[in-house]
Write a protein that binds this ligand. Structure first.
Ligand code: CA
Length: 374
């Protein structure tokens, strides 16, 4: 080996060692970091143990199983160098406290959705879903190839978190109601569980939006604490048994056309990883992002058939004029959000540029095809 190459390699090695020594992660065995060396000395590396806290009930279809899938994929892709233990909501911290728990280092990973953290920063809602906004495929296009991901990272940086897309529900259902929705007036005074920007739109329509974790919705409906609820779609809503407490199941999910689920990593834990493990975690999240969407695609229709045929649920489409009015209110809400801070404006402009571009293409691709297929 030429001397210059040797020095280069030694330099790189010592940088890796420095990074490993700075690791904040709990390491198995003797003195942390002492035997860690640069790649490819995989066998000498200590196992990194991470905790993943989630906003979902443990093992809940799609969402909880998506978190499990991500944990398992990180472990498999890393050859067991990272092990992730998944905690359901309330097992380690309550559902809506996972953001702070990961920021503070109580856990290294969180699995939720960005609109739950609007109290931290309104602009974060763009990274979950926007009423009448992007579908799942479009969201992924914006995030991975349209500048969205860089903006998301920038928005989470002040909290010491590194975000990743880690799942998508596809188009949701509008929700469960115990009365018919024939006009916008039917939403007046309605106390409904609906998070994020959709909740703001409901408020403008005269309703009363509340946000509750998924695991509390059935009881809230049963006891009459809320009059109506949205959750996700047939696959998840069947699992919660909402057909027992509500008569009408309305579509389409105008408020959540393709909700992105997230995984966020404590920044210190992230920075302590060597580059190959960072790539593994990032790419495991990309796989999990796609896998969850395909899980919903595979199971929603079966669940819908069960709801209709076995449980006799009345599935209805929201009237056109109700959707048109909700769309107008949504535009107002999103415009106000865009005006709420320079950061929100910047994210909105990127999102909106992408949306306008993709609408023209979707007209002659997905929409044209689905119309033709019938
Ligand atoms: Ca929802």
């Amino acid at each position: 080996m030429k001397r210059r190459e040797f020095i280069k390699k030694a330099g790189a090695g010592s940088l890796l060692l420095g990074g490993a020594l700075a690791a904040g992660c709990r390491q198995e065995g003797g003195q942390a970091g002492k035997t860690v060396s640069g790649a490819p000395a995989v066998h000498t590396q200590k196992t990194i143990h991470w905790k993943m806290v989630t906003t979902w009930p443990k093992n809940f279809p799609g969402l909880g199983t998506g978190a499990n899938f991500l944990a398992r994929t990180i472990e498999e892709m890393s050859g067991g160098r990272i092990k992730v233990k998944v905690y359901g909501a309330k097992e380690l911290v309550p559902a809506f406290e996972i953001f702070d728990a990961v920021a503070e280092g109580t856990a290294e990973l969180g699995h939720g959705s960005a609109y739950y953290w609007k109290g931290k920063n309104q602009a974060l809602q763009f990274f979950s879903t926007v009423p009448f906004g992007l579908t799942a495929d479009e969201m992924n296009g914006w995030l991975y190839h349209g500048g969205g991901m860089a903006l998301w990272r920038e928005a989470y940086a002040p909290f010491g978190l590194v975000p990743m897309a880690a799942g998508n529900t596809g188009v949701q259902m509008a929700g469960w109601f115990n009365k018919e929705i024939n006009s916008l007036d039917d939403l007046k005074g309605l106390k409904m569980r609906i998070p994020g920007l959709g909740g703001e739109v409901l408020k403008r329509a005269g309703g009363v939006p509340v946000n509750l974790p998924g695991g509390e919705l059935f009881t809230a409906m049963q006891s009459g604490t809320i009059d109506a609820t949205e959750w996700v779609g047939p696959y998840n809503d069947l699992a919660f048994g909402f057909y027992k407490v509500a008569k009408y199941y309305y579509y389409p999910g105008w408020h959540e056309p393709g909700t992105t689920l997230e995984c966020f990593v404590n920044r210190k834990a992230w920075e302590a990883l060597p580059k190959d493990l960072q790539s593994i975690v990032w790419n495991a999240a990309r796989v999990a992002n796609q896998d969850m969407f395909t899980e919903y695609m595979a199971h929603n229709n079966d669940a819908l058939e069960k709801l209709v045929n076995e449980h006799k649920v009345d599935v209805r489409r929201l009237p056109d004029d109700v959707l048109a009015k909700l769309r107008k209110l949504s535009e107002e809400v999103v415009q106000e959000l865009a005006g709420s801070s320079p950061q929100a404006r910047k994210i909105y402009e990127s999102f909106d540029r992408f949306r306008r571009g993709v609408v023209a293409w979707q007209q002659i691709s997905e929409r044209a095809y689905l119309d033709a297929r019938g």
